[in-house]
Design a protein around this ligand. Sequence first.
Ligand SMILES: *Cc1c(COP(=O)(O)O)cnc(C)c1O
Length: 365
Amino acid sequence: MTKDKRVYNFYPGPATLPLSVLEKARMELTNYRGTGMSVMEMSHRSAAVEELITSTEKLLLELLELPAHYRVLFLQGGASTQFYMVPLNFLPEGKSADYLVTGNFAEKAFKEAAKIGRVRAAADTKGDAYRSIPKLEDIKLDPEAAYLHLTSNNTVYGTQWREFPCCGDIPLICDASSDILSRRLDFTQFVLIYAGAQKNLGPAGTTVVVIREDLLEKVPQELPSMLRYDIHAAKNSLYNTPSIFAIYMVNLVLNWLKDEVGGLEEMEKINRRKAKLIYDEIDQSNGFYRGYAAADSRSLMNVTFRLPEEELEKKFVAAAEARGLVGLKGYRTVGGIRASIYNAMPIEGCDSLAEFMREFREENA
Ligand SMILES: *Cc1c(COP(=O)(O)O)cnc(C)c1O
């Protein structure tokens, strides 16, 4: 592998970005749209930055097909800050919140919220080592819950919700860090969606929060300002200095998704084809590759699987890397292999991986 060639990057996050986005950023790096300076050097009070934030918000709502009574905030502190910001804002004393505990980030969100208020696991799949998504009939909701929190895609274990619990009057809150904008859904079923940018939206440094406007009225006024969604909304994400370069990159990725890919429906088709290439290779390997996730819970974003022995897994990762297929080592609690194939992974990358898997099996089975 030559050092000047781009690899297929299967890292789980920060993750691969569309090449055309990186090239556009390079082109604009020293002079942002005729301003004579880099977007990184610009005052967050400038008209150009304000316009950038407003247009990025508008574009995201358009892609999600959300009406104008949703707002988009660009915050810092990663998705992990949302684990406690959500209950600080929306779990009042005397109420309890329901959580669907389906993976390590879902568990973290649950545990962080437990430090703030009363929470309850409405379903928990730890018993089967987070291999599956709970069946809707196995979820026991508290009808009085302040909200229901779930993780749409479980990045570490490679499982993903297909349909979401319809919970009557209980507001649904979603951590979509690892599958936001990967498929077309009715997003109005959620009152709040959050995602760290570094998997499907851009670089690390900004966290997108999509929130239904009426929720902003429920925010406790005594909370520290930086933790209040209503303040960030009122100030258009400019209450303090935001991570402008990261937001700029998100803007480029959203434009790529709209203009080059053609929107969420197209993106979903491509993502299904990409995932199928790898899952087919697993399923046709006579047990050489064993999928980690239960078949009905498989993720389109993170494909997890094991090989017959750990030694072979190490050999697999090294041999793949020598071919320019990098970042395939699984998370420590799962082991094995994880191929993260977010929106920006081209279908050719999945093709190459599938071909490599076939050859590796033929040589090592
Ligand atoms: C990566 C990830 C997180 C953590 O994001 P940070 O931005 O690092 O805090 C949370 N939830 C999910 C589902 C993730 O994939």
